[in-house]
Ligand binder design. Structure first.
Ligand code: ZN
Length: 154
């Protein structure tokens, strides 16, 4: 058995050192900015979604704490190549994992690597750091073709 605490540290550090899909998509169809005033995390998210609703490409830029950056990086990996309904389900499962009662189950099949972040649920102020990228994603998807939407998680 691995030590979840060690694995958490390792994965979060790795995603901070080498964030995945850390790039601006120059021809992004959709984008949104997110800001978490409690911590100062900010993110700009870029998306291309094809006619079938598949997230063909995704990229993000931004600055913030280790949790916000690692979550954004892991989110892009989890939903790239998937359709938008799937992305929404993963977000729902992720949010549930972080806000559930300790005895409640969560959908680890859907979450994949994101399950590593379950320890964040013990730190309520950090939940906003971990969900910032997801709220920004929702904003970008809801915006249809509109660009440059801004959200705040407060
Ligand atoms: Zn933060």
């Amino acid at each position: 058995m691995y030590d979840l605490e060690d694995l958490y540290q390792e994965v979060v550090m790795d995603h901070n050192r080498r964030p995945r899909n850390f790039k601006k998509l120059e021809n992004a169809q959709r984008s949104a900015d997110g800001f978490n005033p409690l911590c100062g995390d900010q993110i700009s998210l870029y998306l291309n979604v094809d006619d079938e609703g598949v997230i063909e490409d995704i990229g993000f830029e931004g600055a913030g704490c280790a949790i916000s950056k690692a979550t954004a990086s892991m989110m892009t990996e989890a939903i790239k190549g998937k359709n938008v309904e799937h992305a929404a389900e993963v977000f729902e499962a992720f949010r549930h994992m972080l806000t559930r009662e300790p005895e409640e189950e969560y959908d680890y099949d859907l979450l994949g690597d994101l399950e590593i972040l379950q320890g964040v649920s013990q730190f309520p102020t950090r939940i906003k750091c971990a969900t910032l990228s997801w709220h920004t994603l929702t904003s970008a998807l809801d915006g249809k073709e509109a660009k440059g939407q801004s959200i705040s998680t407060e």
